[in-house]
Design a protein around this ligand. Structure first.
Ligand code: NAP
Ligand code: GCO
Length: 289
């Protein structure tokens, strides 16, 4: 009789985390490596890939990385071919790479709209399509998509992002429906508001040191009255990548501190002296988001 914890192990698996040069992807990559997988990652910028490879190495992880823009089918197919030649078939894919542009819809250009849709929705399509044949040949696999509160809710200025994340929820259900027969499970991780470079602008204090109104708003919408930390999503990433979740398919699991269950409270009731400073990797120079 094996130990139940063995069903959470990933030994002998090759796992690809897209967009793992920083942020949530980096936490997912570390977690899957700690669970025994051979982890590979990509991002769109060579300097940030190199920086991340060194950071992984310094932290004791042997994680392979290369430049690959998930919006380019040519780059994705080349990345997958290189990885599978080096390490074997990819049977775990976390479609994590994503961008956001916070612009009122009527002021958003078609180019800006397409940039978000291409990374956040078409990218997971391209990457999933590239690895499913290997998964079928190996008798099964795991695809985990980075969904969001915006897979369920809208808010001002994030029309393209919400459309992409809503579409990604349905792509998750469709991959489940179409490939479940090959023992492929496709599920979504739906984080709430997590402290990463992507959300750093929402926590930025005023020049006078005042609390960002959005920071106060999100804390009033979260029962825990705080932002999540990337470390807190590691367990779910391992669970959905492991045999422990073999009969879970087509589900979006929200890891949001309770936001999606809570109507929220008056933001002015919050004691801002308890607002801890959220740690996130802020020495990342990314394009405006
Ligand atoms: P982040 O800090 O902005 O990191 C995004 C990652 O994606 C980076 O490694 C970035 O690297 C990579 N990336 C961006 N465009 C890419 C492209 N075209 N090709 C390959 N890699 C690309 O974001 P995050 O907060 O960690 O979020 C990660 C995922 O979770 C995203 O899909 C996001 O929408 C989702 N999410 C985040 C939250 C949150 O509160 N943070 C909540 C719900 C869902 P380069 O810049 O070097 O390309
Ligand atoms: C925003 C935030 C959110 C988070 C996340 C919430 O501008 O509202 O960036 O979109 O990134 O998606 O789950």
């Amino acid at each position: 009789m094996g130990n139940i914890l063995d069903s959470f192990r990933l030994d002998g698996k090759v796992a690809w985390v897209t967009g793992a040069s920083y942020g949530l992807g980096k936490a997912y990559a570390e977690a899957l490596a700690e669970a025994g997988a051979k982890v590979v990652f990509n991002s769109s910028d060579s300097d940030r890939v190199k920086k991340a490879i060194n950071e992984y190495k310094e932290a004791g992880y042997d994680i392979y990385g290369a430049v690959c823009d998930v919006t380019s089918e040519e780059q994705v197919n080349s990345f997958v071919k290189d990885v599978e030649n080096r390490f074997g078939p990819i049977t775990i894919l976390i479609n994590n790479a994503g961008i956001i542009k916070r612009i009122p819809m009527t002021e958003m250009s078609l180019e800006q709209w397409n940039q978000v849709i291409n990374v956040d929705l078409t990218g997971p399509f391209i990457c999933s399509k590239a690895v499913i044949p290997s998964m079928i040949s190996k008798g099964g696999g795991k695809i985990i998509n980075a969904c969001s509160m915006m897979s369920e809710f809208g808010r001002e200025t994030v029309s393209a992002y919400a459309a992409a994340k809503g579409g990604l929820k349905m792509l998750t259900k469709n991959i489940c429906s179409e490939y479940g027969q090959y023992n492929i499970q496709c599920n979504g991780i739906g984080p709430g508001y997590i402290a990463t470079p992507q959300t750093a602008p929402l926590r930025e204090k005023g020049t006078d040191g005042s609390i960002n109104p959005f920071d106060r708003f999100i804390r009033s919408k979260t029962p825990a009255q705080r932002w999540g930390h990337t470390e807190e999503l590691k367990g779910l990433a391992v669970f959905l990548s492991s045999p422990a979740s073999d009969f879970i398919n087509g589900q979006i699991i929200y890891i949001d501190g309770g936001i999606s269950a809570y109507i929220g409270q008056d933001p002015s009731n919050l004691d801002s002296s308890k607002f801890d400073s959220e740690k996130e990797d802020t020495n990342i120079n990314v394009n405006d988001q």
